[in-house]
Design a protein around this ligand. Sequence first.
Ligand SMILES: [Zn+2]
Ligand SMILES: [Zn+2]
Ligand SMILES: [Zn+2]
Length: 253
Amino acid sequence: MGQSFSIQFLGTGTSQGIPVIGCECDVCKSVNPKNRRLRTSAIIHTPRLTILIDAGPDLRQQLLGLSDLPEALLITHAHQDHIAGMDDLRPVIFLQGNDSFPVFCNQTTADRVRQMYPYAFVENPYPGAPKFALNIISQSVFHVKDELVIPIFGSHAGMEVLGFRVGPIVYITDMNCISDDELEKAKGAEIMVINALRKEKHHSHFNVDEAIDIGRKSGVPQVYFTHISHHLDHDICLPPGFFMAYDGLKISV
Ligand SMILES: [Zn+2]
Ligand SMILES: [Zn+2]
Ligand SMILES: [Zn+2]
């Protein structure tokens, strides 16, 4: 596939963002820019398309200065740190001709998006309101325009969370449970992104050891951690093939 797919991390932080407001810990006070983490989001470029995964509260800042703006949004799940910034897609929608912006998510997320942004779905919307075309993901593959995407189903303290495989890239965040069958969908990929919150166990997120186990089981040669809390310094030691992602990191495959 040559240099035709890439992923750019727009944010790699857990729900509060890093630094955490008011926190005096070493990571929050760190001068290493890689320890500053906006809310988790990424852009995948394919030969055909630019796809945004998740639209959290930092989205405006994350899209400023990007040369390729997203043409579609995939949403992993309906927590605020993944959907609270959708209104900031308005300038993108206007630039792209004011058509409804394609959004792909499960039914629960679609219901939540309608609740959060009712003004986007009324019959006669206020001029300037965002327009979203919600597409419900229920099958084993779907198309975003011409690009084939494989949803990977997992969960996060009982709530369904979707991961996505786009070409050689697998993107998983906010899971603490994934079956072997679903992980099988990562087979043969070249890059896997997975959430790793901290070293200690957590009730709704993989910790570092669990993320390493999942990464190894998948067989994907390069694994990047995201959705990282302030309990994890960028400079921790990881086994070969495992890396801490950071905001702005771009990897081509
Ligand atoms: Zn999250
Ligand atoms: Zn802190
Ligand atoms: Zn979540």
